[in-house]
Design a protein around this ligand. Structure first.
Ligand SMILES: Cc1cc2nc3c(=O)[nH]c(=O)nc-3n(C[C@H](O)[C@H](O)[C@H](O)COP(=O)(O)O)c2cc1C
Length: 338
């Protein structure tokens, strides 16, 4: 693990060495992966909705993660979602998070107001993830501890605005007072330096990490991701205002075809959007079926490696990028004085 080079409000809040958060990855972010992220000096979040309807299975995974980090704190990710029964689905998961004394919680997908008090009064640190600054401002007013703002390049649900981080990042840093994380399209040390230069406290990784050794998905899938170029994702479901950035595979093509045919009956999409297809793709390595969350940052995942090697590589590249910026500045200064 690399020495600490960058100290920010996020490294202090999470007690981590590097200003890097690895966001929740549905079906993939389990104990082994999250513990590897924590052991590499960053912070990871285990997705509770990878265990739908099974809070006891989620509890076991939390206990395993604690064992693998040797008691170091880690995070869980709670996608709030918009289904009408979401409170009854999530409440048993929240109870497990609190009973198991998980320290860090990433929330996303919807307004966290109804669960914030419960988590905060149990002593959890809550970081809420939003796809635009307007939602970040509301979350800050609610009293979350930190905010992640993702851009339109992010793998998974991007929100409707889909701004690029080059515009949104500095605006978010100006607009918010709480610790800020930027995500979407990031996967390299140069992104870390840009993130800090934009005024944020850390960067978030998602798509870049699916090739990690510790991710349980089939090797064929990871090898495919390692071969992708930056045009391998596309956005589907805009018709329903539920922009979803996924791998450009046969299912994504079928969904876009329905959208282009003007089909508005959600029932027609149901067989294509099921999570079970995605789980099967990860299990079998046949990535042609299922809406598989993926953003263009997958292009930075050039080979399958352990999490620690990925994080170390990013820190080394960030140090090199910073040295390059300093070198340019010094050259300019010298030119100015000669
Ligand atoms: C495979 C995959 C699954 C994801 N699942 C979730 C999830 O369940 N909950 C969530 O809040 N974000 C989820 N995300 C979003 C990530 O946590 C992160 O915000 C995003 O990937 C950052 O953008 P990037 O993909 O460009 O790095 C997922 C992303 C990917 C690639």
């Amino acid at each position: 693990m690399r020495e600490q080079v960058f100290a920010t409000r996020i490294t202090s809040l999470f007690g981590i060495r590097h200003p890097i958060l690895c966001g929740g990855l549905q079906w993939l972010a389990d104990a082994r992966y999250v513990a590897a992220v924590v052991n590499a000096g960053a912070m990871g979040f285990m997705t509770c909705m990878s265990f739908p309807g099974n809070p006891e299975r989620f509890r076991q995974e939390i206990r395993l993660c604690r064992k693998l980090t040797q008691g170091e704190p880690f995070g869980v990710s709670v996608s709030i979602g918009r289904r009408p029964d979401i409170k009854s689905v999530l409440t048993p998961m929240l109870d497990v998070i609190i009973e198991e004394e998980v320290r860090f919680v990433e929330t996303s997908g919807n307004n966290p107001a109804w669960l914030l008090d419960k988590l905060k009064s149990a002593g959890c640190t809550v970081i809420h993830k939003v796809p635009a600054i307007r939602y970040a401002l509301s979350a800050e007013k609610l009293g979350v501890d930190a905010i992640t703002v993702i851009s339109g390049e992010a793998g998974g649900h991007t929100g409707q605005y889909m701004h690029g981080q080059i515009v949104q990042g500095p605006l978010a840093a100006d607009a918010l007072n709480c610790p800020l994380v930027l995500g979407g399209g990031m996967g390299d040390g140069r992104h870390l330096i840009s993130t800090l230069a934009m005024g944020a406290d850390a960067m978030m990784l998602g798509s870049r990490m699916v090739v990690a050794e510790e991710i349980w998905a089939h090797r064929d899938y990871k090898e495919y991701v390692a071969s992708l170029d930056e045009s391998a994702s596309r956005v589907v479901m805009s018709t329903f205002g539920k922009q979803h950035r996924v791998l450009n595979n046969a299912t994504a093509h079928d969904v876009v075809k329905l959208e282009m045919d003007g089909i508005l009956d959600f029932e027609a999409y149901q067989p294509l959007v099921q999570g079970s297809l995605v789980q099967e793709a990860y299990r079998s390595g046949d990535y042609s079926r299922g809406l598989i969350d993926m953003g263009p940052a997958g292009v930075f995942a050039r080979e399958i490696k352990p999490v620690e090697a990925i994080i170390d590589e990013i820190i080394d590249a960030a140090v090199a990028a910073l040295a390059a910026v300093n070198h340019s500045a010094a050259t300019l200064r010298r030119a100015g004085t000669s």
